[in-house]
Write a protein that binds this ligand. Structure first.
Ligand code: 4NP
Length: 162
């Protein structure tokens, strides 16, 4: 069966989007539906290419029981063709994705992550990079609840139940 592909995008690809990817992977494994998905994350910036997530991201994921392992990569124009869903963490990420050539041909699949957050629909996932540990936990909690609703949406729209 055709897999559904999902790409999470932030600026640096060391805080928010690798955390989103890790939470998504953890949940689809728990739900027994991981074989139905291809999942990745990337950054619009090129500052940290090849690096593992920020140590604070790794510490937070571990504290919340979520395995995390990702090598930072930059968003590429081909991602627009490759992925079925492209989820931006904030409005700046979204606007940078929409600047890629031919993005308007793919506009329907490019959206803000928190379009799926019932407690803050369309809000941004705040950038925790310049803050403290509490910012990372706040990001985790936003992504954890939002991801549950995003996965429910995917299950409904792609007839995925196992
Ligand atoms: P992220 O956070 O976009 O959630 O990965 C950031 C990581 C690095 C930088 C900015 C934000 N930076 O400026 O290096």
């Amino acid at each position: 069966m055709e897999k559904v592909s999902v790409l999470f995008v932030c600026l640096g690809n060391i805080c928010r989007s690798p955390m989103a990817e890790a939470i998504f992977n953890h949940k689809i494994q728990q739900f027994g539906i991981a074989h139905r998905f291809v999942v990745d994350s990337c950054g619009t910036g090129n500052y940290h290419i090849g690096q593992q997530p920020d140590p604070r991201t790794v510490k937070n994921a571990r504290r919340n029981g979520v395995p995390i392992d990702h090598a930072c990569r930059q968003l590429h124009v081909n991602d627009l063709e490759t992925f079925d869903y492209i989820l931006a963490m904030d409005a700046s990420n979204l606007s940078n994705i929409l600047k890629l050539p031919n993005a308007s041909d793919h506009a329907g699949k490019i959206m803000l992550m928190r379009e799926f957050d019932p407690d803050g629909k369309g809000h941004e996932v705040p950038d925790p990079y310049f803050g403290g540990d509490d910012g990372f936990q706040q990001v985790f909690e936003i992504l954890d609840r939002t991801m549950f609703h995003f996965i429910e949406h995917l299950k409904r729209n792609h007839a995925i139940d196992s």
